[in-house]
Design a protein around this ligand. Sequence first.
Ligand code: ATP
Ligand code: MG
Length: 373
Amino acid sequence: MIALDYSGSLSFSNLAQTRLLACKHPIYNLAMSIIEINHLSKSYRVYQKQEGVWASIRGLFRREYREVQAVRDISLQVEPGEFVAFLGPNGAGKTTTLKLLSGVINPDSGDCRVMGHVPWERENEYRRRFALVMGQKNQLWWDLPAAESFRLNQHIYAVPLDEFDRTRDELCEMLDVTHLLGQPVRELSLGERMKMELIAALLHSPEVLFLDEPTIGLDVVAQHKIQQFLKAYQEERKNTIVLTSHYMKDIQALCQRVVIIAQGSIFHDGSLDDIIDRFSGDKIVTLQIGGPDEVFQGLRKLPNVLEVEPPRIKFRIGRDDVARTLSDILSTYAVEDIVVEDPPIEEVIAKVFTDAQGGQVDDESHPDIAGVS
Ligand SMILES: Nc1ncnc2c1ncn2[C@@H]1O[C@H](COP(=O)(O)OP(=O)(O)OP(=O)(O)O)[C@@H](O)[C@H]1O
Ligand SMILES: [Mg+2]
């Protein structure tokens, strides 16, 4: 949940009533996708500060700017109940897209509706129906216990008291943080704080949730806990979630659909399996072979052998060659077991990012595609 400026007084006392009214709103059309993005673009004007004293003085009179095209002509539809991943190298435009969808920033051109609302019109009605959680930004009051920030949200979003108490208790129990509610946020660990951030964002039961790297910097256990929580929450509530993460385990555990963004444009839209089929030309084969170690001498000569540890040998092979090569091996050796796998997803995604950037390998752009195995 992001603290957008709440100037107008909230006229609805009941969230359900709000939704009912929203459904009758002339701009809300049930035939529409819940998120409709059409040709959306956003660029930033970045001040180019030159080095040196004279350059700084000159800059006081004549400033030089550079334009960064963060989002280029993106079109996308998301249906109710989808859990969609936005994947892309650093600087691809993922956070910018989520900020546009949340109405935090205005686009240069293009159109977008979320539940029928234009996000950057920042209607109170829209604010009550979505939430944005940014793993990199602290949105709770730092010196106050999370319980007090939650109470503030209850007032801001006009959540009925009994509904608020029920939702807070349920979420705290699911995330195992009830005992931490009274502790100032600044004293919480990163993982504990992230759980509180999620609870704060979910107290008003948003229909659409934007999660920008919610597991960043968390240890494997905390990441797993948040994944499990999001999965259970989404399965129960059937809300629509757009998630960005550099952790492939998050994407594998949660998202049926993956949208890859690179250099501000959509490069691929499909399932993770689609990505593997399209971008991974290889399979990894592991064989267990009976007989003495000498048997392996011939197999060691196979191209792309990754590991030989008798009785096992592991090698990489082109998808199209799997059947022929395996049939040759089966007719020559006493094969006891065969495992054919796709390469690690992190490796495939790194290749996709490289392809998406026109083959330029930028060391800075995907240093943190992280798999936790
Ligand atoms: N407020 C801003 N002012 C100027 N440029 C910005 C601003 N925010 C983002 N950018 C630039 O826009 C581009 C897209 O940034 P964005 O934060 O959307 O990327 P991202 O895909 O979220 O990357 P990451 O994976 O590192 O979070 C980058 O080149 C970035 O430097
Ligand atoms: Mg980002």
